[in-house]
Design a protein around this ligand. Sequence first.
Ligand code: MEV
Length: 438
Amino acid sequence: MNTPVEGFSKLSKSEKIDWIAANYTKNPKQSKQLLERYWNTDSTVQKLHDEFIENTISNYYLPFAIAPNFLINDRLYAIPMAIEESSVVAAASKAAKFWLNRGGFKTEILGTEKVGQVHFIFKGETERLQQFFNEIKPELHSNTASITKSMEKRGGGISNIQLRDLSDKIEGYYQLHCTFETLDAMGANFINSCLEQFAKTLKEKASSYSGFTEKEKAIEIVMGILSNYVPNCLVRAEVSCPISALNGDNIPQKEFAQKMVQAVAIAKVEPYRAVTHNKGIMNGIDAVVLATGNDFRAIEAGVHAYAAREGSYSSLTHASIEDDTFRFWIEIPLALGTVGGLTSLHPLVKLALEILQNPSAKELMQIVAVAGLAQNFAAVRSLVTTGIQKGHMKMHLLNMLNQMGASESEKLQLVDYFKDNTVTNASVKEALEKIQSN
Ligand code: MEV
């Protein structure tokens, strides 16, 4: 039986590897070799990765790919994507190409507001708390001056601080609901620093406020933290074309357009479908978010909350047919940064941003929204025409062949063979065995 380890974080990297390999793997020597094989040969790069997080023992690779030919607001982009799923980049590229000759993607920023809250407990009269808040509000601002100075110089900062009464939900529960403009930064550190200062000022000022009773003076701070729910940090991306231009799927154009609209309508009202529909959107979004060094967990959490904002989980994309024009669009909250965090640290993130022509956070929001829309278009288009398995299994073929231990020449032959044959686990196995027995 394994025993707990003391002071694991203090062990050297090599000692950590020895410990994990010896205690938790069947073949410690092989495991150790594997972990070391994934180290970067450039020790500077490796050190950088080691220091991103605690207890690093190796690197975990994801493919870094490019989906080219995205025409966004009349500018051409090649979009970097970090993702493991076989068909995602191919689908994105296919959608980009489809819309390239139909006017491309049009996007618009609808808002850039970030949110943070100080949650606290106040046992007393709400009116007196409101009066106190009104009086100390200027100090809430002025006490953060050292934190906000450089952000303000660039045109950002704290946009608003509001007192909210939630005591009908939890006894004595109030909050400072604060909004921020963080420009090209995702802003988590800036926001959290401001919130912690607000909390400090709130507590200190309350303890000596003459308008409070002794009980009211004892405001209890629960926590100050940014919110990843950013419904007003919103971007819209759209494609549209005459129905007559929707050719290329071996089904009549009008029928295709109607099926697309129907598929989206289903995802709007049926949460089981909406979750998978939106998962397809996140295939595109997460891949670009990850490649550009942004926090995909924050994006995921905020996007899904937004998809459920009307009380039932629903589609993030919309489709319509009006006057013989097919329109397909997305509105999605994306709090992204192009400065700070990993953006200037991770060499591949820096390169991804360079490939995107060093976008501002607003531009990156638009690019990411487009990646999500394109991915959804490609997925729903396959679903309502050929089904997804044909394309998906084709893309998965190499994974299957690698798993079955096929040689390079066997892979070449079989990729060619499966251009005209249906890919299933059984058919690939059979075809490989046939070649190997010859
Ligand atoms: C698979 O990763 C994503 C899809 O299931 C999305 C969808 O169903 O719309 C194809």
